[in-house]
Design a binder for this molecule. Structure first.
Ligand code: SF4
Length: 92
């Protein structure tokens, strides 16, 4: 808006009381634009992405404020996957 370059920003995590500096470059700007488009698409389609799984879940879910509601472990359960696979199959 001002025409001045913005080479970095900062995130403050209240739970850990830590401030993290983030470099703002072309790759980050492209990632933010792609993410904003994806979120707009999900809002327009009234859909939610599935919970994270595997290594991504291990990295990101631990500190997520939505973890109690999202329950990513439940989605990773083989028993739940088996039930879900036949949830709408009346012949199962
Ligand atoms: S707990 Fe948070 S980071 Fe993990 S899948 Fe759910 S919303 Fe995403």
């Amino acid at each position: 808006m001002t025409g001045r370059p913005v080479p970095e920003g900062a995130l403050y995590y209240a739970s850990s009381k830590r401030r993290r500096t983030v470099s703002i470059d072309g790759a980050l700007r492209q990632g933010v634009e792609a993410t904003a488009l994806a979120v707009r698409g999900m809002l327009a389609a009234a859909t939610l992405p599935p919970p994270l799984a595997g290594e991504l879940a291990a990295q990101r879910c631990k500190g997520c404020s939505l973890k109690d509601r999202c329950q990513p472990e439940a989605g990773a359960s083989p028993a739940l996957e088996a039930v879900r696979a036949h949830l709408f199959d009346p012949d199962a």
